[in-house]
Design a protein around this ligand. Sequence first.
Ligand code: MN
Length: 476
Amino acid sequence: MICEKDLFNNLEGYCATDIIKIYRAYDLAKDKHSGQMRKSGEPYIMHPVNVAYILTQLKADADTVCAGLLHDTLEDTKTTKEELCDLFNPTIADLVDGVTKIRRIHFQSKREQNLANTRKILTSLTSDVRIIIIKLADRLHNMRTLEFHKVEKQQEIALETMEIFVPLANLVGSYWLKSELEDLSLFYLKPEEYQKAAEVRHKQEAGFMFLLDEMMENIHNELLSKGINNKMDKKIKNIYGIYKNFNEGNSLEDMHDLLALKIIVDNIPNCYFTLGLVHGLYHPLNSRFKDYICISKSNLYRSLHTTVFGPQEKLVQTRIRTFEMDNIAYNGLTANWNLKQEGQRDNMQKYFKDNFWAYNSIREIDKMFTDNDEFITQVRSELFADKVYVYTPRGERIELSKGSTPVDFAYKIHTDLGNNMTGVVVNGKEVDFNYVLQTGDVVIVKTDGLSLPMFTEKDVMTARAKRKIKERNKNI
Ligand code: MN
């Protein structure tokens, strides 16, 4: 159980002024929530303390940690935004306001209120991504303490976590937040399946994890003898990951990434050298090699993945990356927090805007759909869906949401390419505009510069392509 002491002991790296500010935020939150209790019977202040603690684990800047401490004051106490502004600063006031639900009185029904709040959370990505991080920390602590709620409430919260917060954690690339939220949600949503997957995981861990020690030692020593500094770690898939595989019809033998070995080295050339060395020691399963260093995932995840036959013919997914990539793989966007730098909002926001295509997608979708229900449906199909990877004729890999068509592909590359597209060839064959792209497809967009494109909004999935087609039609 995390308490105030743990929070205060976790402030290494924060400067003296920051620490004083965090203490002040704690004092105010404690005062404002005094007399309030959580369902667990603890004083309410333990919740904001835990949220702030998670934020310090992420090395969030002091304003964000303070906002974590104060995050429920606007909603659950008589505190006003002006008060937070006067006592602290406008940034903290804005962050707390950003995580606060829109009041019930504005809506006809609970459902409408929920939809509006979800929209508020999602669009905050474009104003201050730190709001999302506070929300994720808030949700993680609520999920960790969900046992104290009634069953219906548990279901409602766990479902929302799975549908909105897990994809958000994935979108900002925070692996550890995502995987803990997944397991906790599954525990409440499908208790039987959860137990089954947990048992499989436990058996595999007890029966085979020691095999990885032998591999680790082998590879470590070989690398050292070549003068390559390295750090290794072993891992087993989370419970949700195992459940998902079973649910998709895979057997235990099909799970090539159940057991994983991580090798971290100093630089990119050493990653590829290590790959060769691993393949020399352990036979690779050729079909399972992926180079996410050359082309990262959309949440900036980078690593080489190769599945090899380990000891006792057990398949082991080996992940090779640099120390910096490893930090990003674990913490995602939050790896970019720098306690020594001023202006963390602008830093984070610029980083997010420059590196994550979700930023523009959310803005497009926000502009396009006034109805909250439609807005959320579009976000889910465009941003939260699984991804497919297709190729340009030059071999450039393009990431698209599952369900995208060649027209989405063309507009993703360039507006002119979309606007002048007259036909499309996929894997050497002419296909329709509404063909659904599959991973591995090689897409050639045909333009003749004369005829007008014959596709409509119905042939695309992404909000960007829909808007571009509308604009084009206006100009014809
Ligand atoms: Mn809360």
